[in-house]
Design a protein around this ligand. Structure first.
Ligand SMILES: [Mg+2]
Length: 363
């Protein structure tokens, strides 16, 4: 089999919060690069990537330039294709747009592999289990009023979620007391039986993370995420050592090597892997295997429609972040039942672009 063509497109999708009907941000948009990879056997793989923001046009350009170099190659030789494209981009990596662009191509190649073998991705790469826990994400944001949060969180429980994430490091005039009060109110609104995670998005210093993290230990968070600058591995390790609450991190890291630094420094208790920044499915699996060797569980970042495959496939997968950023561009996406996602049964990613949506959101 040979890759015969690639075609990419930028789409711009309005930002909303459908899980608990959260306040919208009028005019706010997210941009994605959607990719189709064609083969001489008529199998088409789809991929996508994002995080380009103002550089999304440049990201599409990178996908096109690298994709052109993949034409003529065997789509099943994912490592050979990645090596060729990385070498062609020379020193413009290892992170950033190069990796984000490579991810779109790698994802499409795995989709082709699954379709050619008539196997869903999760079975091709290990098939550890058929059902995975998933948690509601994006519904309890730091920018939303607390009054909304204490109604939205129970609404998520009513919808069947057993796990959900909120955020601290509040915008504007905050204080440790305000932070503590907010998490206390959210916890009270759902009771002790629901897993509650909390994301800091790198906004605290190490000393703040230890101080506020200590004050909120009685909220019994399932994890506290990205408590300080993501590549301050030693600083993270101090927080992780100081708190009983498990610390999660890794979504901001590009490729396997920084994950190795993070794990060797014992910076986190839970490894979060972002599919796009990892470098696609091929690299995601390497990071997950490394986490297994370090006796660490793995959780996913965004893209639940693919991460359901990945978390289900590996023995150390913990839970899938259910954040519906990308849902509008597909015909069908996995839907949680009683807080769990069932693995997809169709070959490859089991996803189809919604052609009407791609037209509607075309840039
Ligand atoms: Mg996060």
């Amino acid at each position: 089999m040979k890759i015969t063509k690639i075609q990419s497109q930028v789409i711009r999708v309005p930002v909303d919060e459908p899980l608990a009907d959260g306040p919208g941000t009028p005019g706010a948009m997210r941009e994605f690069v959607a990719l189709r990879v064609g083969t001489d056997e008529g199998i088409e793989g789809i991929g996508y990537t994002f995080f380009g923001a103002a550089l999304t046009g440049a990201l599409k350009h990178a996908v096109d330039a690298l994709g052109a170099l993949a034409v003529g190659e065997d789509p099943l030789r994912t490592e050979a294709v990645a090596a060729k494209l990385r070498a062609a981009a020379a020193g413009s990596g290892p992170g950033g747009l190069l990796t984000l662009a490579l991810s779109a191509i790698d994802i499409a190649l795995w989709d082709i592999r699954g379709k050619s073998l008539n196997l869903p991705l999760w079975r091709m790469i290990g098939g550890h289990r058929e059902r995975v826990p998933t948690y509601a994400s994006g519904a309890l944001m730091r920018t939303f009023p607390l009054d909304h949060l204490v109604k939205a969180a129970p609404r998520l429980v009513e919808k069947g979620f057993r796990q959900m994430k909120t955020q601290l490091a509040l915008p504007g005039d905050t204080s440790p007391e305000k932070e503590v009060e907010r998490i206390r109110r959210v916890r009270e609104s759902i009771g002790p039986g629901i897993d509650l995670m909390c994301d800091i998005n790198q906004r605290w210093r190490v000393d703040q993370a230890i101080d506020i993290g200590t004050r909120i230990e009685d909220a019994h968070l399932y994890w506290l995420e990205d408590v300080t600058t993501a590549d301050d591995y030693q600083g993270l390790a101090r927080v992780t050592g100081a708190l009983a609450t498990p610390i999660a991190g890794g979504e901001y890291l590009y490729g396997p090597a920084p994950h190795r630094q993070m794990m060797e420094a014992r910076s986190v208790d839970i490894v979060m892997i972002d599919l796009m920044r990892a470098g696609g499915i091929t690299q995601w699996l390497k990071i997950a295997g490394m986490a297994e060797a370090f006796n660490l569980p793995v959780v996913s970042h965004l893209v639940p429609e693919i991460h359901v495959h990945l978390i289900a496939a590996i023995p150390n997968g913990l839970t899938v972040e259910y954040m519906p950023w990308t849902f509008k561009i597909f015909e069908e996406v996995p839907v949680p039942v009683n807080g769990e996602l069932e693995v997809p049964r169709k070959p490859g990613l089991g996803l189809k672009f919604d052609e009407a949506a791609l037209k509607r959101y075309a840039v």
